[in-house]
Design a protein around this ligand. Structure first.
Ligand SMILES: Cc1ncc(COP(=O)(O)O)c(C=O)c1O
Length: 375
């Protein structure tokens, strides 16, 4: 029996940094700064610097980051917020939490990100903001989105949950829009040992507002002049993230290396469409997503060989119950719907070896030979 190759391997990386993390968590225990302790502000400083932005506010998770960003921009009932139809549900859920209405735009066949050509026709007099998602770690086309947003006086909230360290023209994701929202869910490129998130911005007023919103809307002890929430980044998670910040560049380069091994090994493979990386972009390969016309058979074929893949995501958001009534542009999201039946996320994590990649690629090529994949 061959050794399993998981979609994501958290155990190997965690084992490598366990002692360091335990020491830092020990410091938190000793200091008793369990809520908004010094590790939170230290991490916020480091992460803002990493994104080349002025401010970072640590939050409980990425969904809260999106929700609070919308609230801080005073977006709510009666407003429309445009996002892409092929994202994780949290992007559109956060719009619902704010009371605004999500409008779902189709994606570009080339890079799976929001189709800027469709974006303009989704704008109405009620539109207040756009939430592009840097899906799989490949940046959305921010220069075009920012140009459109400024022409229509719209705010831009980047959903950067999958794109820590990604760049366009050498400019980091996190410093393009009004605010960028990150997730530190354990499987993300920078993941905590539990939930975590952050909002990153160059706007000090916005940063202050998000800071208030994350802590009950409390201006001073027992003074609440607005509706607030409790969604702070835990000090223990900040300690984990501070440890991991030392390795994020190294891990990102390792992901990029894995991607280039895949590209080499799968070049010309029958039925396989490799993911794009635009020449002016730094893709951080949160996921390595290929397309295959017989996706379900391929998934099964690989699983039988102990190679575990994923589907991100099996249907467009408009097919999920909370978003059934959302407007789609164009109607029915034809590209996102087609891609949903073809995409497959191959194993991707920084610790993957060249041998692991070869095994996945060889099995994928074998499956692509019709006789193997078809009954
Ligand atoms: C694109 C996207 N947006 C938002 C989120 C929400 O982040 P979290 O799980 O930290 O709430 C995630 C990940 O889970 C995501 O992948």
């Amino acid at each position: 029996m061959e050794t399993p190759i998981p979609l994501v391997d958290l155990k190997t990386q965690s084992a490598a940094i366990k002692q360091e993390v335990l020491e830092r968590i020990g410091d938190v225990i000793d200091s008793a700064g369990y809520i908004l302790g010094e590790q939170v502000s230290q991490f916020e400083q480091q992460f803002a610097q990493f994104c080349n932005a002025k401010h970072c506010v640590g939050l409980a998770n990425g969904t809260d980051a999106l929700h609070l960003a919308l609230r801080a921009l005073e977006i709510g009932p009666g407003d429309e917020v445009i996002t892409v139809g092929n994202s994780f549900a949290a992007t559109a859920l956060a719009i619902h939490y704010s009371g605004a209405t999500p409008i779902l735009v189709d994606c570009d066949e080339e890079d799976f990100n929001i189709d800027v050509n469709q974006l303009e026709s989704a704008i109405t007099e009620r539109t207040r903001a756009i939430i592009p998602v840097h899906l799989y770690g490949h940046p959305a086309p921010m220069p075009q989105i920012m140009e459109l947003a400024s022409r229509h006086n719209l705010r831009v909230i980047e959903d950067a949950a999958q794109a820590h360290g990604a760049e366009i023209d050498g400019k980091r994701i996190g410093s393009w829009g009004d605010v960028a929202c990150f997730s530190f869910y354990p499987g993300k490129n920078l993941g905590a040992f539990g939930d975590g998130g952050a909002a990153v911005t160059n706007d000090p007023v916005l940063a202050d507002k998000i800071e208030l919103l994350r802590s009950y809307g409390q201006v001073r002890k027992n003074v609440h002049d607005r509706l607030g929430f409790n969604c702070r980044l835990d000090t223990v998670q900040a300690a984990v993230l501070l440890t991991k910040m030392q390795y994020i560049e190294q891990w990102t380069e390792a992901r990029r290396q894995v991607a280039s091994w895949y590209r080499e090994a799968l070049a010309g493979a029958e039925g396989v469409t490799l993911p794009p990386e635009k020449p002016n972009c730094r893709h951080v390969y949160h996921l390595f997503v290929i397309r295959h016309p017989q996706r379900d058979e391929l998934l099964k074929f690989l699983a039988e060989r102990q190679i575990y893949c994923g589907i991100h995501y099996p249907h467009p958001l408009s097919e999920a119950q909370p978003f059934e009534d959302c407007a789609t542009v164009p109607l029915g999201l034809p590209v996102a719907t087609r891609l949903a039946s073809e995409i497959i996320s191959l194993p991707m994590y920084p610790e993957m070896t060249r041998q692991d990649v070869s095994r996945v690629a060889e099995a994928t090529k074998l499956a692509a030979q019709k006789d193997s994949i078809l009954p």
